[in-house]
Design a protein around this ligand. Structure first.
Ligand code: NAD
Ligand code: MG
Length: 394
């Protein structure tokens, strides 16, 4: 049977890489592409939908509907727009759904897809950070499967194949260190959005690139590791590895460590999830280890990168603190990109938001449904906005 495919966030960095792999693996000749979603770049979305002969293309933004419809005229691809259309796309039967919307906006379509018992290839780490227990429980209850696409988590997943999770002593995820890895600490406070938006090793969307520079990306990934693998936070470590060739390591109780090594190319992790449980030939560079010569590692310092310390706090608190952490982080990132706050103040905004909402986090710990989570995300953004306004006025 032909595999039915849906991609949320098809026009983004992960989405484009997914489309590239699908095309190389035969495109519309091999796959039934059910739906593709995108944002404001409707020209590109329409191009993808036509090339892959998708049934449906959805822009997340209602104001882009007419443009999308015009771009698809005569193609036979149906056009739709808005959050409800994303949900309806998730309701269309599909065997493999890529969740690659950026931010908490990916949560609702992803949750919806899981309810249909599909396989969800999850790049959207924000949904696991915001609603990890709910997402995992929804997958279990509906016989759905979540396959990690974040490179570190794909690496851990691969290192765990055939292993007993109880034999795992530690999971170590690597961090490139981002744009400011080698900057003196005192310069980082004055970093601009342009400087934070270039990554030494990976080509990614702007938001995750800035999150790499601040280590909020790694903070999200520590939480993602806890939620996805169900492992005690004390067993999860981060280490800085400037070459970005070792993506993660799993240490077992007998002292052995399995490391996953490969070039910094997301098409490996995406292709692994696309072809799982098989392995297909993928267009990623083959490493010449003798030429590389050495791999280096340094401590991931929680003083230099406060986001890592905040991730520890969130993992210890559990419950709704992940939703507060992510929502506040997204708002703080907007404010940094808008030049309303400085680079390091993103940490202050998130920490203060967690404090402001500490009662909410504690008291609603047991009620983890989607409405409570979305409400918490909203409260977090509001709390963050309050802190940002004060910082901006100061
Ligand atoms: P991106 O910004 O390049 O693309 C985001 C996609 O989401 C686009 O298609 C955009 O149109 C869509 N989108 C944006 N806002 C939306 C909204 N409000 N509602 C619906 N759709 C919206 O992002 P990316 O770098 O591809 O990252 C996507 C996800 O994958 C993120 O969760 C990111 O953390 C994760 N991820 C990315 C990489 C990478 O290499 N880029 C690696 C690991 C994990
Ligand atoms: Mg990653």
């Amino acid at each position: 049977m032909r595999k039915r495919i849906t991609i949320f966030g098809a026009t983004g960095s992960i989405g484009e890489n997914t489309v590239d792999l699908l095309t190389r693996q035969g495109g519309a000749e091999v796959y039934d592409v059910v739906a593709l979603s995108g944002g404001r770049n409707v020209a590109r979305l329409a191009e993808q939908a036509k090339a892959l002969r998708a049934s449906l293309a959805v822009t997340a933004f209602p104001e882009c509907y007419e443009d999308l419809k015009a771009a698809l005229a005569g193609s036979g691809v149906e056009a739709a727009a808005g959050p409800q259309a994303l949900i309806e796309a998730a309701d269309r039967p599909s065997d493999w759904i890529m969740s690659a919307i950026v931010g908490a906006a990916g949560l609702v379509p992803g949750m919806r897809a899981l309810r249909h018992g599909t396989t969800l290839a999850l790049a959207n780490k924000e949904s696991l950070v915001t609603a990890g227990p709910l997402l995992m429980a929804t997958a279990r209850a509906n016989g759905a499967r979540i396959l990690p696409v974040d490179s570190e988590h794909s690496a851990v997943f691969q290192a765990l194949a055939g292993e007993d999770i109880d034999a795992v002593e530690r999971i170590i995820i690597t961090a490139s260190g981002g744009a400011f890895r080698d900057w003196p600490q005192e310069d980082i406070a004055r970093a601009t959005p342009e400087q934070a938006s270039s990554h030494p090793n990976w080509a990614m969307g702007q938001r995750i690139t800035v999150d790499s520079a601040s280590m909020f990306n790694k903070a999200l990934e520590l939480i993602e590791t806890k939620e996805y693998f169900g492992i005690d936070p004390g067993r999860i470590e981060a280490v800085v590895h400037p070459e970005s060739l070792v993506h993660a390591l799993v240490g077992f109780r007998d002292g052995g460590i399995m490391a996953h090594v490969g070039p910094p190319d997301m098409r490996h992790a995406i292709g692994y999830a696309l072809n799982w449980p098989n392995r297909a030939e993928l267009p990623v560079a083959r490493l010449d280890l003798a030429e590389i010569g050495r791999l280096t590692f340094r401590p991931a310092c929680e003083t230099r990168w406060p986001a890592l310390r905040l991730a520890r706090l969130v993992m210890a608190q559990g419950g709704l603190s992940g939703a507060v952490f992510n929502g506040a982080k997204e708002r703080a990132l907007d404010a940094f990109l808008d030049r309303r706050i400085g680079f390091l103040q993103m940490n202050d905004v998130v920490e203060a938001s967690l404090e402001v909402l500490s009662d909410h986090i504690v008291h609603s710990d047991t009620v983890m449904d989607l409405d409570v989570i979305l409400h918490t995300d909203h409260l977090a953004r509001e709390a963050a906005e309050g802190v940002i306004s004060r910082l901006h006025a100061a």
